[in-house]
Design a protein around this ligand. Structure first.
Ligand code: SF4
Ligand code: MG
Length: 317
């Protein structure tokens, strides 16, 4: 697998908002990392990109291996070379990636110049090509615009073009469509899927939308309270979900006519890292919780590419 994460534990202050997280993704594959907000998905993405220090976080345990290379403990200058180069991050809010004072074309050029060593002309040619690949009409005109002159969907395409400029093998997309209208969301997701199919990229798609997972992903890791509670090929997740949380997520897939972004079907909220319940962290919300669940933490077994669930009932079955 191109990227494997194993036993990942993230510390912030005295808390461990992410613990024992593991998953893998290969070239030409889409791994969905799904869960409600507060489940640790974004922190996990930052850890993979080596960006935890920017938010005051650190990796306390585990492995992140990219193309066989251990990234945990790698010096910042080596991580910086990988970031925007062989691996790139796309975030929910395009404005965190775009400089509002700079035309968008040259922002794409920068990445190609930095990571591919292209000169100004070659970088510009490559940027225009990327804009065309992303089905942006009149790339030369868009190249010269400022971010505020673009719609949300166009801004997100520019961010994707920036991510592609360094010719990455791995893309990590953290809720890339959450800030967009539903129709634009579908277009952006379609673009990402085509990039994976056409260029053989590996994509980690972080989302709270099980509908998107069903349509796009090859494999799924379901996160709850900082842990992976179920991990499986996508068909298995939907045909035989083993964890009560996964089962609840599937039950609340919004229909076409209900607003996205909510998982209102599961009563209760995700407890914060300071309030992780003992035993199974899902027990306060689980309709099937027993005494054992309140004391013993169920562990996720099985291989990264198999089907496992961290639930005492799943073990028994
Ligand atoms: Fe529910 Fe118990 Fe399974 Fe946790 S271990 S999901 S509380 S049944
Ligand atoms: Mg998030």
């Amino acid at each position: 697998m191109l990227l494997t994460v194993e036993g990942l534990r993230i510390g912030i202050g005295t808390l461990a908002p992410v613990d024992d997280v593991g998953f893998g993704v290969d070239r030409g594959q889409i791994l969905g990392v799904v869960g409600e907000s507060g489940s640790g998905k974004s922190l996990t993405a930052l850890a993979v990109m080596g960006l935890l220090p920017r938010i005051g976080g650190r990796i306390e345990a585990g492995h992140i291996r990219f193309d066989g290379q251990e990234l945990v403990g790698l010096p910042e200058r080596r991580l910086r070379r990988l970031r925007g180069g062989r691996m790139a991050l796309i975030t929910q809010n395009p404005m965190t990636s775009l400089d509002p004072m700079m035309r968008v074309g040259p922002q794409i050029d920068q990445s190609a110049r930095l990571h591919l060593g292209l000169d100004r002309r070659a970088a510009r040619a490559r940027s225009l090509e990327l804009l065309a690949d992303l089905r942006i009409p009149d790339p030369a005109a868009v190249y010269a615009l400022y971010p505020h002159q673009l719609s949300g969907g166009m801004k997100q395409r520019i961010v994707i073009a920036m991510a592609l400029a360094g010719d990455p093998e791995l893309l990590v997309a953290d809720e890339p469509t959450t800030a967009l209208d539903v129709t634009v969301q579908a277009q952006i997701v379609q673009i990402l899927v085509e990039l994976v199919r056409d260029r053989g990229l590996a994509l980690v798609l972080i989302t709270h939308d099980m509908g998107v997972v069903a349509q796009t992903c090859d494999r799924v890791a379901v996160m709850y309270c900082g842990r992976v509670v179920e991990r499986a090929p996508v068909d298995d997740i939907f045909s035989q979900p083993r964890h009560p949380y996964t089962q609840a997520l599937i039950r609340c897939i919004p229909r076409q006519d209900t607003p996205r972004g909510t998982l209102s079907g599961i009563p209760g909220i995700v407890p914060g890292a300071a309030d992780h319940p003992p035993g199974c962290r899902f027990h306060p919300r689980c309709p099937r919780a027993s005494d054992r669940c309140r004391e013993d933490m169920p562990l996720l077994g099985g291989a990264l590419d198999g089907h496992g669930a961290a639930c005492h009932l799943a073990e028994a079955a």
